[in-house]
Ligand binder design. Structure first.
Ligand SMILES: C[S@@+](CC[C@H](N)C(=O)[O-])C[C@H]1O[C@@H](n2cnc3c(N)ncnc32)[C@H](O)[C@@H]1O
Length: 305
């Protein structure tokens, strides 16, 4: 076998002339996040609208949990011009990219980055209670999401709002052969990925209630990537190439060749592929009259750090 599931570099499809060296995993992830932001702009706008409606006042302090390259941070700062945004992430390269974007957007004075682990005492990083907490595609990464939700509850001012976003499931492809001519390739690609637990989906409705948030609103939305746009084609090419590495050992040579042809067509601008990706957005409120109650930490949770 030439590919292992954890071997991320050196594949021929990333070594084409004219495309520069194969991107580091982190860089590819950062670009994917940025494209996700562009294509998912309507999902983001909907979540911001819901947050503003639930909050009912202009937020002055916001925390972005697992801020990554700053998709949420920049959108939040733009939408709420009176707010200071605290962007927390455990990966320095992500925060460096976020800082560059914030500077370029003229938001230097309103965005503060914090290199911090969400599995630790991250609320201590904040200067005071926040009005809005934002966790997009990040809560499933932490080792104790319930603990992070209780911490978020405690970090919010009464009446404050938490918005959580996760992926809703596998992308659906049109055409179903990804344009490769290999019948059913899209379904086999999704099925192979699913055996590795991708995409990572999560349900937080119950956990949000257990952390005392009330009310908790849950909505499903979706966005489409189309190869008719440069961003859409690049997004699908990156997505397929990244996941090809995960499942290379599980697909037949015919399927792999079809996948490589699909990626090549996306990069050459000759593909007609489209994908639809689902998102779940939760909007949860810390009740305005709740000045005393804080969620209790379960006593059976022996691995408190
Ligand atoms: C999929 S990205 C999402 C980034 C951004 N919220 C967005 O919507 O584009 C997940 C982010 O969570 C961060 N992360 C994962 N585990 C973390 C932890 N324990 N503490 C802090 N950040 C973490 C990663 O570094 C990464 O930037």
């Amino acid at each position: 076998m030439t590919h292992s599931h954890h071997h991320a570099h050196g594949h021929t499809h990333t070594d084409r002339p004219g495309h520069g060296p194969a991107p580091e995993g982190d860089t590819g992830m950062a670009e994917l996040l940025d494209l996700d932001a562009t294509l998912g702009a309507s999902v983001l706008a909907g979540a911001l609208d819901a947050a503003a409606a639930a909050l009912g006042r202009a937020p002055r302090s916001i925390v972005d949990l697992g801020a990554g390259t700053g998709t949420g941070t920049l959108a939040l700062a733009a939408r709420f011009p009176g707010a200071q945004v605290h962007s927390l992430d455990a990966t320095a390269t992500m925060l460096e990219r976020l800082t560059d974007s914030a500077d370029a957007a003229g938001l230097t004075d309103r965005v503060t980055t914090h290199l911090v682990d969400l599995d630790g005492d991250w609320p201590a990083e904040l200067p005071g209670p926040v009005d809005l907490a934002w966790a997009a595609l990040s809560l499933h990464h932490v080792s104790d999401p319930g603990q992070v939700l209780r911490q978020a509850y405690g970090a919010l001012a009464p009446g404050g709002v938490l918005v959580v976003t996760e992926m809703a499931g596998a992308a659906t492809w049109s055409p179903t052969d990804l344009g490769s001519g290999v019948n059913g390739l899209g379904d086999r690609f999704d099925a192979a990925l699913a055996t590795y637990g991708y995409p990572v989906t999560a349900e937080w409705t119950t956990a949000l209630g257990e952390a005392c948030f009330a009310p908790v609103e849950r909505r499903e939305t979706s966005f489409e990537a189309s190869a008719t746009t440069t961003d859409g084609a690049r997004y699908m090419a990156l997505h397929l190439a990244k996941n090809r590495d995960r499942i290379a050992d599980d697909l037949s040579p015919e399927d792999l060749a079809g996948l490589d042809a699909t990626i090549a067509a996306l990069e050459a601008g000759t593909s007609g592929l489209r994908s639809t990706s689902g998102r779940i957005v939760w909007v949860a409120v810390r009740p305005a009259d709740d000045r005393t109650t804080t969620p209790t930490t379960p006593t059976q949770d022996g691995d408190a750090r």
